[in-house]
Design a protein around this ligand. Structure first.
Ligand code: MN9
Length: 292
């Protein structure tokens, strides 16, 4: 069974002045992350503003990222939509571009039963010959999966893992212990070190866009048993995450990328642009933590 290890950047979706996907900046962003040591990319997730993109744009993004990455990294794509039929359409497109895995937030808004949600993932797994990663994000989807639910999901051999975007480290460690052959990604950057202590081998994060090098260093410190240094780096990361949370994480990541020379445009409306004092606050935070 394939096991994913390492850092996967949850890519922002760069837009140009006209609000179209900006391939040139996307390519540079991918190269910058690769140079810093990430293993691959998570496309069209929350950070990528998936639910603010049209289906055609999501297909275009898959094409653009897979082309830019070439063979030099792995690509995981969130193909989640509300109807199984639509998710499968995107999944087939991702499969045709040879991605490493597809992933999906559980369909939300309607109160589907757990049985319907498990069947949703099984249908995806049956539709394409690509591994499936469950995107568990209770805060946004409103759906809480229990260990029993995960037992049902992971019983399917094509469902290879979980993106665990939750602060529940108890459940995270239980999953790691119960499923040593599956890939359980930590999806919150501010608890990365704690997740390593709980046995994490892989992460997907939005802040890797702006500071993947810090996570690479953190991995090295953890492997080398340098506890103090590891804590110091996680502290810097958390100072940045706290600032991002204050202004809106995705808007903030795009703003810091702009300061780093990669203009990814603004997040799509209904998100509103940052104001001047938010920008100054982010610049100070980025400078203080060595991001500029
Ligand atoms: O992909 C991201 N999850 C969400 C992972 O944005 C929902 C994280 O990287 C968070 O943005 C980050 C801040 O909470 O941990």
């Amino acid at each position: 069974m394939k096991k994913f290890e390492g850092l996967y950047t949850a890519l922002v979706t760069p837009f140009d002045q006209d609000g179209k996907i900006n391939d040139a900046v996307l390519q540079k962003l991918i190269e910058k992350n690769q140079a810093q040591g990430v293993k691959g990319f998570y496309v069209s997730g929350s950070t990528g503003e998936s639910y603010l993109l049209s289906t055609d744009e999501r297909k275009y993004l898959i094409d653009s990222v897979t082309e830019a990455v070439g063979g030099k990294g792995e690509v995981i794509v969130n193909i989640g939509m509300f109807a199984t039929k639509h998710s499968i359409e995107l999944a087939r497109h991702a499969y045709s571009r040879n991605v490493s895995a597809i992933s999906s937030v559980p369909p939300f808004y309607f109160p589907f039963t757990k049985n319907e949600l498990v069947t949703y993932y099984e249908d995806l797994a049956n539709a394409v010959d690509t591994p499936v990663i469950v995107y568990n994000i209770p805060k946004m989807s409103g759906i809480e999966f229990t260990l029993d639910d995960f037992d049902r999901l992971l019983a399917n051999e094509k469902i290879l893992g979980i993106k665990h975007t939750s602060y529940d480290l108890f459940q995270f460690q239980q999953l790691i212990e119960a499923y040593p052959d599956k890939s359980i990604f930590i999806g919150h950057d501010e608890i990365y070190l704690s997740a390593l202590a709980a046995g994490a081998k892989a992460g997907i994060g939005s802040t890797y866009n702006i500071m993947a090098d810090k996570f690479v260093k953190l991995d090295q410190c953890f492997a080398g048993n340098k506890k103090e240094e590891a804590l110091k780096i996680q502290g810097e990361i958390n100072c940045v995450v706290q600032a991002l949370c204050k202004v809106g994480v995705f808007k903030g990541v795009k703003e810091i990328l702009k300061m780093q020379g990669l203009d990814c445009g603004s997040c799509r409306k209904p998100f509103l642009p940052l104001n001047e004092s938010q920008k100054i606050f982010l610049r100070e935070t980025a400078e203080k933590n060595g991001l500029l």
